[in-house]
Design a protein. Structure first.
Length: 339
């Protein structure tokens, strides 16, 4: 087994998932402003270091996706951020796309950019300690969208990115996110996600990407946030698993869902339901940002010096998601947080 195949398995093995702490400075500023904390370089680092040095990291977090600013920082303990993460038994990763921009030819849709100079940036990130990467593509659902152009353009960019990352001896996380925004029902989400995944894997194959050395970060199959037709966790689980079985090659070792638009509890419960019926060889895990951090951030904002309480909240959230990877989460356990 190659080194990247080993790393891919390690990130999502044994009840572990991914902490997506790769918010850009702009996004992080919005998050901190929402809890009345000033977004300074120091405050951004303080919050992230509080999470990265929590006990929950050791048992439940297999990888941490970082942002360019963060991977180059030194922690307050004197270690570099990648060293700090490795010390807690987790693998440092890095977001390498430069964001979703208007798609020429279909300006209401987006294509993710960042391929220019990527080979050189990957070499730098590898030296800094990163062993996996992330690139996110986004797709709108409406009567007109996503267009064939958006599906093809993003699949092509994801494949070129993944091939370059494997060349640089790192694991690419492939993230084609079908957005939850809209009035569409769960069937429409299924149809679009299936189409998007099919095209992505066709392009990845064309670019000679080793599927065993990748991780997929997809959306769950959910109705739109403005849909009149709500779905329960069982239906979401059934549709999500069906979509993966039909469209993702069996060689892919791990699938780490994004939490997009779900509450912390919904993200955990839905993953738990999916794993209850998981009859595949895929390890089905999580790659959550807000769904792992939101409660911890709210508490931290009250008193940024009270690291212990913030870490307890983060440890609890991490444990709940860790349990959901083996369908062992329950609402009773959810409510047993000791703070």
């Amino acid at each position: 087994m190659s080194e990247i195949e080993n790393i891919a398995k390690q990130i999502v093995a044994k009840g572990k998932g991914i902490l997506a702490a790769d918010e850009s400075t702009g996004t992080m500023t919005k998050r901190l402003s929402s809890v009345n904390v000033k977004s300074t370089l120091e405050n951004r680092l303080k919050f992230r270091e509080t999470l990265f040095s929590a006990e929950g990291m050791k048992n439940y977090i297999g990888g941490v996706i970082l942002y360019d600013e963060t991977i180059k920082q030194k922690s307050f303990s004197g270690k570099t951020i990648p060293e700090l993460i490795k010390g807690f038994g987790s693998i440092p990763g890095i977001k390498v796309d430069t964001g979703a921009k208007k798609l020429a030819g279909s300006p209401d849709e987006k294509v993710t950019e960042g391929l220019d100079g990527l080979r050189e940036r990957l070499a730098e990130y590898y030296k800094l300690g990163a062993r996996f990467t992330k690139w996110r593509a986004v797709y709108n659902i409406s009567e007109k969208y996503p267009s064939e152009l958006a599906i093809r353009s993003n699949a092509h960019a994801l494949a070129r990115y993944a091939a370059l990352v494997q060349e640089a001896k790192m694991v690419p996380i492939v993230e084609p996110e079908v957005l939850m925004d809209g009035e569409h029902n769960i069937d429409k989400c299924y149809e679009v996600t299936a189409k998007v995944l099919k095209k992505c894997y066709k392009e990845l194959k064309l670019h000679n990407v080793n599927f065993k050395g990748t991780i997929l970060k997809p959306n769950m199959i959910l109705p739109g946030n403005k849909s009149k037709n709500k779905s329960n966790a069982k239906e979401i689980a059934k549709m999500t698993l069906k979509c993966l079985k039909e469209n993702v090659p069996t060689e892919v070792p791990g699938i780490a869902f994004l939490s997009g638009g779900q509450t912390e509890i919904e993200a955990t419960q839905n993953l738990n339901e999916i794993n209850k019926i998981n009859d595949t060889n895929f390890i089905l895990s999580f790659s959550y940002g807000r769904a792992l951090q939101q409660s911890a951030l709210k508490n931290w904002a009250k008193d940024i010096k009270d690291v212990v309480k913030t870490q307890k909240i983060f440890n609890h959230r991490s444990r709940m998601n860790g349990l959901s990877t083996s369908a062992k989460w329950t609402m009773d356990l959810e409510n047993q947080i000791n703070i």
